[in-house]
Design a protein around this ligand. Sequence first.
Ligand code: THU
Length: 132
Amino acid sequence: MEYENLLKLAKEATAKSISPYSNFKVGAALETNDGKIYKGANIESSSYSLTICAERTALFTALIEGEKHFKSIAVVSSSEDYCPPCGACRQVLLDFCGPDLEVVLNNSKNELKVIKLSELIPFSFNGDYLNK
Ligand code: THU
């Protein structure tokens, strides 16, 4: 299966989650167009809103390494259900990865959903509005 390795790495990343408040562990694996993969996990703050999600941890790690072109991101959690990216992550992923990013999700039954980011955040704001 095409996304097996990416999902496996996202699952592995859940072990790095620092989530003492929610106990909800999330892992992400972000793949660049040339096949490099960056992992991330959620890191929670006692001031809850300062928490950072797994998707943004992975993305920011890739960005500081100079990566610019992204193909797909897998997101996995400790729950049995799919873990679709939150609204804030959808916006940030759109800003840096663009509408064609593939968002790869699975659940504990190993059912797969692959969704284009543009479907998850339609009629979106983006940097073009700021340059007019
Ligand atoms: N979380 C993520 O890491 N990614 C998501 O897409 C949804 C939510 C985290 C944030 C917080 O640490 C915990 O899950 C519960 O909201």
